[in-house]
Ligand binder design. Sequence first.
Ligand SMILES: O=C[C@H](O)[C@H](O)COP(=O)(O)O
Ligand SMILES: C=C(OP(=O)(O)O)C(=O)O
Length: 366
Amino acid sequence: MKQPELNEVKRSAGFSLEDVNIEGFSPMPTPAEIKTTAPLTEAAAANVAKGRTAVKNILDGQDDRLIVITGPCSIHDPKAALDYAERLLSISDHISETIFPIMRVYFEKPRTVAGWKGFINDPHMDNSFNMAEGMLEARKLLLKINEMGLAVGTEALDPFSPQYLGELISWYAIGARTTESQTHREMASGLSAPVGFKNGTDGLLATSINAIKASLHSHYFLGIYENGQSSIIKTKGNAYSHLVLRGGGGRPNFDTVSIMLAEKELEKAGLEKRIIVDCSHGNSMKNPALQPFVLKDCITQIVNGNTSICGVMLESNIHEGNQPIPEDLSQLKYGVSVTDACIDWETTEHALRQAHRKLLDKKLND
Ligand SMILES: O=C[C@H](O)[C@H](O)COP(=O)(O)O
Ligand SMILES: C=C(OP(=O)(O)O)C(=O)O
């Protein structure tokens, strides 16, 4: 029997069956096109290679430094991001014997309900959603920060983004809201840098432990290739997946007992005891002023012999606090977060220098 033409089938249905809730499609440059416009440079490539090696060695226990991922909750102003990078770089040499600094450069924000979803999604913060520009400018900023000599950490949220930006990232987080998502576990299994899975927003560890296990495996899933072609991707599995404790469910989980319980859970699951503590979010009950205390507590645990805490994360900006995104964008305050409240640079520098001194004392006395 002759098959009816596709359009005939659609007409006979009397109404459209697809794209019912879609208002439009706009073309997006392919990863290859964006990379041609903002190509990888030798200096950036060398820095990423160095960054990833340092992170892997620290996670393996071959390098006794502490990973410190510090930077704004979200990037909205590339100029301020470079200003922050310069400040972090200016203390990097001083603390480098005990701390490996990674700048937190978060372009994609997972929202609890709704809100601005980050620089790639809406770079002008005016609902114009120029993602082609957002992606290109994000890549240019990552190139610059790497060329300056700072390693970069980011959240892997949109499964397409790593094809555009992945070669410039030394450390990834999968966020609390997506740790249970199969899509994100599959993506993590193929990412080229170590990946930290946050515990869920409920504070429970099972989700992130399952996520680490899943990401160690090889997976087949759908994605895009560099040329934009929809593809079946086969991954190898990510041997450097690890746990990030961020608190949740109304309580922190950075204290000695919580860390010991997390170590036990990792051991029970047959996983390496590698933990990064996010000093913000549920661990500071979203009060940025508490972040230095969380950091101090982690440093004390390390000084007292803990070996599972491999790193910490700070939400830090040039100036403290946060601000709503104003309708008149000229009213935006420079260097202040437009998402979660951050500690300011002076507080960050003081906390990092203090952490360095304590870690150095331990090293000299060991
Ligand atoms: O770190 C950022 C926020 O905690 C996360 O994106 C959730 O933000 P929201 O609860 O303001 O949506
Ligand atoms: C969203 C973030 O964290 P979490 O997933 O822990 O809420 C973040 O670090 O920006």
